[in-house]
Design a protein. Structure first.
Length: 121
């Protein structure tokens, strides 16, 4: 899984880059075979003025599935990264599950959620 991290208006420290990679690893490892690339942008919209303006934008480019994009804003950059990573993990799972239905082991040959057929006449 290729993770591309860029800071908008500041340099991304090795500690911040490691935090981003670790959090994304937690939520995306399960589907890493379906992920082509992850683009992460972190920044501070107001610069030195302060405020709740740190942001994290995550784009996950998947194979045969539309791109998943999440953006979160807050006062603490590490908290913003954690929330964005958790949300993008849930979005990726939903996108993949929509394109590949899960088989129900109790009913071979049938997709879960498929209405039962009435074979009786």
């Amino acid at each position: 899984m290729i993770v591309d991290i860029h800071g908008q208006g500041f340099t991304v420290t090795p500690a911040l880059a490691e935090h981003v990679r670790r959090r994304l690893g937690f939520v995306l490892t399960r589907h890493s075979d379906r992920i082509r690339r992850v683009a992460v942008r972190v920044g501070d919209e107001n610069g030195p003025r302060g405020g709740a303006d740190k942001y994290c934008s995550i784009q996950v480019h998947l194979t045969d599935v539309p791109v998943a994009v999440i953006r979160d804003v807050g006062a603490d950059l590490y908290t913003v990264i954690d929330r964005a990573a958790d949300r993008v993990g849930r979005v990726v799972v939903k996108r993949i599950d929509r394109t590949h239905p899960v088989r129900d082991p109790a009913r071979p040959g049938r997709d879960r959620g498929e209405p039962p057929r009435s074979d009786r006449a």
